[in-house]
Design a protein around this ligand. Structure first.
Ligand code: ADP
Ligand code: MG
Length: 702
């Protein structure tokens, strides 16, 4: 059981003063909702660390304010320019100046009355927010603070800047974060005393308080002792959890699964190609694992298009030969269906029965599937999360193949493992993960890499083009389509974007529609499964030539004829994600190309990122560069990129402590495997704080 001392931190975020249902919903967009409570927990906010700091001890003039930074400016209000009548989506602008220049304050969906009251013409106001340059002029969109001289004196001189989501101001986040830190009770120290002393790390609560609420800018820096301490806490929690999971999974024992090869042979014969050397090697590793009496926990790492699906299917065939069932799990319905389309005919050719379960099927459709699983007449179940549901009962589940692992956690791996006795696990990921991160996030698994690409893959030529040249790009796409090409046009997410000028997929679709007519279609994550399916079908069939998409197409989608990939606002994506997206083309016979459209001016890191994309297609190299370039600044899409994530650790800054954390974790568990001693108890608290629930459950089960 979780110690009751942690109750205040595991309470819903709405338990914090000033956070009601409306804010709690916005916080869910920012932090994700807890499965049970349906909103984030207080502890989730503790780990939402500032990405910077407003220093109000500096008071720049408008001419000194630097675009891209947060600044606090003293301005005089000149005039209001409300949205034109009937165009409520156009912004409301307020013109201001100081003795050095002009500044526009921009508001969307604003309340005119409130603005007139808050920003009276002719008066002096202090405004604070992110300075942007727009059409050669400076602006602040939705300032965090608008105060008069009196209230300015009450503003904190140092204020943390938090990564934000639409509708949630920095001020609100800061206030809630401060309350969250106050909710931290006195906790026993889980770090080794000698280590703390050697590193001169502060205590846990002090470290949190300084990072969220610094008195000096240096106190909240990623390099500070405060942040380092918290990063080490996270690394240690992660290493403990992995060590626990691995030892329990192994201890629980496995089953030796040996086949006679008759199904495997039929599948190989039914394939329209021969296996690559890498695939054959991977199958060999897996068969050895399956044949061993211990449980398989293997990660199959292979770049996009390296042919992981077939490897998974061959593992399944051996398990079928040994008389057991398999589950093949994908992170989205779209992918589950795609896998099913690949697997079902091959399975049939080999005399196996496959079914699909995604949560979309009606009760009537599910019934025979559930019955078939329970009695063992279905050999392969392909599906999504729906596979976890308690009503899904296997007669004898022997193997779980989990595709695109990063969407699932250790948590789900365990839930699936619990669906059978000694279930073997094969996890597949298309993200080439750098060595260090493998250790931090997959330290519990054995790893096989697919390094070879299937024969016939062509290089993709990549160009980096400014969005200013959009009309040229459209002309070029038109020409490509006329000569038979199929095109992906990827836009950043519709809903999660904070920045209002992101071209949404919907807008892009509307703009391309007059050019391409019925040959352009739109797909995004907010469409129903059936709608997405229908669009995908039309793209696969070739009726649709240009598919405008959000990143729903990112993972795994396979349309061999598509040969052009356009990524709009490429500067907003992480490298891993760009690589994944580009991997969607270059699979067929045609010459393929990728256009990375960016909106300038580019920062140094964005420029370097796009340059690497132009230089190489080697996923492992891209992954290493990604890790190197990823500092504190979150890149839109890293969350979807497939790269394992940390909450506190910044990979460019803190990973040198990883080995210490690993050794520390191993030693602690060697001395006290059940974590019952004094330090063990404290370490349990640490595991809870970083939400390593799955590991905790194992520890508690003994
Ligand atoms: P990923 O590793 O990205 O999941 P897939 O398993 O989807 O890759 O395979 C990508 C494509 O390559 C599929 O169309 C698949 O049929 C094909 N493929 C897989 N293995 C080979 C091979 N050895 N030779 C030729 N094509 C292959
Ligand atoms: Mg795949």
């Amino acid at each position: 059981m979780r110690p009751s001392s942690l109750n205040s931190l595991f309470a819903p975020i709405s338990s914090l003063p000033g956070v009601g249902p409306r804010l709690s919903k916005l916080f869910s967009n920012l932090l994700g909702a807890d499965d049970e409570l349906g909103e984030p927990l207080v502890v989730d906010l503790l780990w939402h660390l500032p990405s910077g700091l407003v220093d109000r001890r500096q008071r720049p003039t408008i001419s000194e304010a630097v675009p891209g930074t947060v600044a606090t400016l003293r301005v005089t209000v000149d005039r209001h320019r409300p949205s034109p009548p009937g165009r409520s989506r156009a912004p409301y602008r307020v013109q201001c100046h100081d003795e050095t220049g002009d500044l526009t304050l921009v508001f969307f969906h604003s309340n005119a009355q409130w603005l007139e009251k808050t920003l009276p013409v002719g008066e002096v106001r202090w405004v604070s927010g992110q300075i942007e340059e727009f059409g050669g002029a400076l602006q602040i969109v939705h300032p965090d603070h608008i105060v008069d001289e009196d209230d300015f004196a009450k503003l904190p001189l140092l204020e943390p800047i938090y990564p934000r989501t639409a509708g949630l101001s920095g001020k609100v986040i800061a206030k809630a974060a401060t309350a969250a830190v106050e909710a931290v009770p006195d906790l026993p120290e889980w770090q080794d005393a000698a280590w703390l002393k050697r590193r001169t790390f502060p205590g846990f609560k002090a470290a949190l308080a300084h990072v969220h609420h610094p008195q000096e800018p240096s106190e909240a820096a990623e390099e500070s002792q405060n942040w380092q301490r918290l990063a080490y806490d996270e690394l240690l929690a992660g290493q403990l959890a992995l060590t626990i999971v691995r030892s329990r999974m192994k201890k629980a024992g496995g089953k030796a699964r040996v086949g006679d090869g008759h199904i495997q042979t039929k599948i190989i014969d039914a394939l329209p190609f021969s296996l690559t050397g890498s695939q054959a090697e991977a199958v060999k590793d897996i068969l050895a694992d399956l044949a061993a009496p211990t449980r398989m926990l293997r990660l199959l790492q292979g770049d996009v298009g390296s042919g992981k699906t077939v490897v998974g299917l061959l593992a399944i065939s051996v398990v079928a030969e040994s008389g057991s069932q398999s589950a093949f799990m994908a992170p989205t319905e779209l992918l589950a269906r795609q896998h099913f389309r690949t697997i079902a005919p091959l399975a049939e050719a080999a005399g196996l029965t496959a079914a699909i379960l995604t949560g979309r099927e009606t009760a009537k459709e599910r019934k025979p599937i559930l019955a078939g699983l329970a009695e063992g007449s279905i050999d392969i179940l392909v599906g999504t999360h729906a596979l976890f549901q308690s009503e899904v009962d296997f007669a004898d589940l022997g193997l779980a193949v989990v595709d695109e692992q990063h969407r699932f956690g250790v948590h789900q791996r365990l839930a699936l493992a619990a669906k059978g006795e000694a279930v073997d696990m094969l996890v597949m990921t298309a993200t080439p993960i750098p060595r260090t991160l493998l250790l931090t996030h997959y330290g519990d698994m054995d790893v096989t890499k697919l390094t070879e690409k299937p024969a016939g893959r062509k290089p993709v030529s990549t160009a980096v083009v400014s969005l200013d040249r959009l009309s040229d790009v459209v002309t070029r796409v038109q020409r490509a389509v006329d000569t038979g090409a199929q095109v992906y046009w990827v836009c950043p997410l519709v809903d999660e974007s904070d920045v209002l000028d992101v071209a949404s997929a919907e807008e892009r679709f509307a703009a391309l529609k007059p050019v391409f007519g019925d040959r352009v279609a739109l797909i995004h994550g907010r469409m129903s499964g059936a709608e997405k399916d229908a669009v995908m079908r039309r793209f696969i069939d070739g009726a649709v030539r240009v598919l405008v998409a959000t990143t729903v197409i990112e993972v795994g989608v396979d349309v061999p004829d598509a040969s052009v990939m356009i990524i709009e606002h490429a500067e907003r994506f992480g490298l891993a994600q760009l690589h994944q997206l580009r991997g969607r083309v270059g699979r067929g016979r045609a010459e393929s190309s990728c256009l990375l459209l960016y909106k300038g001016p580019l920062g140094e890191t964005s420029r370097a990122r796009l340059e690497i994309m132009r230089e190489t297609e080697d996923g492992f190299r891209i992954a290493e560069e990604d890790l190197r370039l990823r500092g504190g600044g979150e890149v839109l899409g890293t969350r979807q990129s497939g790269m394992p994530e940390f909450r506190v650790v910044r990979t460019g800054v803190h990973l040198d402590m990883l080995e210490a954390a690993r050794d520390d974790a191993r030693l602690a568990l060697e001395r006290d495997p059940a974590l019952t001693g004094a330090r063990g108890e404290a370490l349990r608290t640490l595991l809870y704080l970083f939400r390593k629930d799955a590991a905790m459950r194992l520890i508690e089960a003994g």
